[in-house]
Design a protein around this ligand. Structure first.
Ligand SMILES: NC(=O)c1ccc[n+]([C@@H]2O[C@H](COP(=O)([O-])OP(=O)(O)OC[C@H]3O[C@@H](n4cnc5c(N)ncnc54)[C@H](OP(=O)(O)O)[C@@H]3O)[C@@H](O)[C@H]2O)c1
Length: 314
């Protein structure tokens, strides 16, 4: 009665069965569609499950997302009404901070222009502003946003962060709510987006938001870095902002439609760096240890951690 059902697409279920069994050899681990007796399934571990894959599991105790973002799972019609647990893993967090620091530095040091200069055999040293003169604003000051904020602070950037609830974090200027958002944008040269995709955040990166960014910064214009979810950005607005100079440049790891369609103007836009949703891949071994750790602690009566607030949507 404590079997695990893996319901995933785009990942190899057999490898995952082996990975979980290696950590708990006596555990009954099944991969959809080989559900067997559905009453024996206590836990579902899911990543973009096939429609109906989680139906009829009458003794289900929890659903575990195999990713940090749960927007796709929450969008499932009839998602079982049991606790939904998301991934919080230091390995994943570290990788996201790498992505953020890499892209902040890249724009801070004008690498797009430097590569252009190189291709044109143009030796043109330009001003390199100090990190301490550059203001980074992070939308989303959760597990990922806070770690990135700390690392950027260590590098000398002036870092601020925006969240839903009020927070105090040493060395980071914090903002919350609508008024806080406006205030933070007005002091932001590089905007890093690490929000979850929820009804409240869908399409938040639009013309109004982008026009609220600081125009008096050391970089010569504001920069957008989105590694949250594609649905956070209005892509027509982002393109217009790049073309009319509202934005100096952008790094986009996530898109409304993934894979990014071949016809997307982002692919060849000279001011854009496109990566294929690799901001923070999960190390499967670390993820498996995290998931089995949650199951074991739950069965020892310690409860689940990182449970999603379904009303808030993250
Ligand atoms: N590109 C990739 O490869 C990749 C990999 C992993 C994750 N992600 C994305 O990154 C997102 C963030 O992950 P996380 O682990 O940092 O999530 P988290 O710990 O839940 O943090 C989310 C942050 O966003 C804030 N927030 C949520 N709704 C808001 C709203 N309406 N207004 C203002 N702030 C709001 C939260 O505010 P409070 O602190 O007040 O709750 C919190 O600070 C995930 O949801 C996922 O979509 C992307």
């Amino acid at each position: 009665l404590n079997a695990i059902l893996l319901a995933m697409t785009g990942m190899e279920p057999e490898t995952w069965v082996a990975r979980l069994k290696a950590l708990d050899p006596d555990r009954d681990v099944r991969a959809w569609p080989e559900v067997g007796n559905p009453q024996e399934i206590a836990y579902a571990m899911a990543w973009k499950p096939e429609p109906g894959a989680l139906d009829g599991l009458s003794n289900l105790k929890a659903v575990f997302s195999l990713g940090a973002g749960v927007d796709a799972l929450l969008a499932i019609d009839g998602l079982p009404d049991v606790p939904l647990v998301r991934v919080v893993d230091p390995d994943l967090t570290m990788r996201m901070s790498e992505y953020v620091v890499l892209n902040v530095l890249l724009h801070h040091r004008h690498m797009l222009r430097a590569l252009d200069d190189q291709r044109a055999r143009r030796w043109e040293p330009r001003d390199q502003p100090a990190a301490s003169s550059v203001r980074v604003g992070i939308l989303g000051l959760g597990e990922l946003g806070l770690d990135a904020a700390r690392k950027l602070t260590m590098m000398g950037f002036q870092v601020a962060g925006w969240s839903r609830s009020a927070k105090q974090r040493h060395g980071i200027a914090t903002y919350f709510g609508e008024v806080g958002l406006k205030q933070m944008l007005g002091r932001t040269d590089i905007l890093v987006v690490l929000l979850p995709l929820t009804p409240a955040t869908t399409g938040i990166i639009d013309t109004v938001l982008l026009r609220g960014l600081a125009r008096d910064g050391a970089l010569g214009g504001p920069v957008l870095i989105n590694a949250g979810r594609g649905g956070l950005q209005n892509e027509a607005d982002v393109l217009a902002a790049l073309d009319d100079g509202t934005l100096l440049a952008a790094s986009l790891d996530v898109f409304v439609t993934e894979p990014l369609p071949e016809s997307s103007p982002f692919w060849t836009h000279p001011k854009v760096i496109v990566t294929p949703h690799v901001g923070a891949d999960s190390d499967p071994e670390a993820l498996a240890r995290y998931l089995m750790g949650q199951v074991h602690r739950f069965e020892a009566g310690e409860g689940l951690t990182n449970v999603v607030d379904r009303t808030a949507g993250y």
